[in-house]
Design a protein around this ligand. Structure first.
Ligand SMILES: *Cc1c(COP(=O)(O)O)cnc(C)c1O
Length: 230
């Protein structure tokens, strides 16, 4: 079931990319396995899936430790500074960096573990009160500051678009994030690349791909609805 769903989404991504003149190989599908059992991850590993998304540090670390072969775990959820030490050498990429305090803590813990931490900057493009992330206007000064942290590498930007009935309504936000990444790229800041745009989820990944997404984070369409009460 999970394998069929994954393959369906993967094919849909290829089709969507081809239809808008993009190379499908530029787009990574992250299987968002949060709240789902390790057995679901293991099933996908049998067909070669390597990228999984988790939004809680504890759950990411548990799965990291128990999975049968090494795969990439992306931390996509909000990260508290006191948890950085557990995850800095386990997450392949932290998608949710949105404060200097957090970046400083990542720098500090990355030195201790002797790693370069790969990050994305989370941007609250739609300016929803309920969401984390920097304002668009805050991003460039933030990038300039964090680019000087030797154990952090900024790979790009991430956003979580609003939950909407019509995914077309989110196109504007994806478009804004892409423009912002181009603005940053044109500044050629040392230690900063803008190769990753993490945007698009089950409801809106197609629109996100049309607007330039390079990482879509899909949970429900692969693993089914989540039950947070278990
Ligand atoms: C849960 C989650 C997703 C996946 O959402 P679906 O709608 O289930 O595809 C993607 N990104 C983040 C940050 C999430 O927390």
């Amino acid at each position: 079931m999970v394998i069929d769903n994954y393959n369906f989404i993967k094919e849909d991504i290829v089709k969507t990319a081809n239809d808008c003149g993009r190379n499908p190989d530029e787009i990574t599908l992250i299987a968002v396995s949060k709240t789902k059992p390790l057995s679901d991850i293991e099933e996908l590993i049998t067909i070669g899936v390597e990228d999984f998304g988790e939004n809680k540090v504890q759950e990411l670390c548990d799965k990291y430790e128990h999975v049968s072969k090494p795969v990439n775990f992306h931390l996509i959820g909000h990260l508290q500074t006191n948890k950085v030490k557990y995850v800095v050498d386990k997450a392949c990429m932290i998608h949710s960096v949105d404060s200097i305090k957090l970046a400083k803590e990542i720098q500090k813990e990355a030195v201790k573990k002797n790693v370069i931490c790969q990050i994305l900057i989370e941007v609250n493009v739609a300016q929803e009160d309920s969401k984390f992330g920097l304002k668009v206007s805050e991003v460039i000064p933030f990038v300039e500051e964090v680019s000087t942290y030797p154990n952090i590498h900024i790979n790009g930007l991430m956003t979580i678009a609003p939950f909407v009935e019509n995914p077309e309504d989110n196109r504007q936000y994806f478009h804004t994030l892409k423009q912002l990444s181009l603005d940053i790229k044109s500044k050629n800041i040392d230690n900063v690349s803008m190769n990753v745009l993490s945007m698009g989820m089950t409801n809106d990944y197609k629109i996100a791909i049309e607007e330039g997404s390079t990482m879509v984070r899909v949970g429900t369409a692969i693993f089914g609805a989540r039950n947070y009460n278990i």
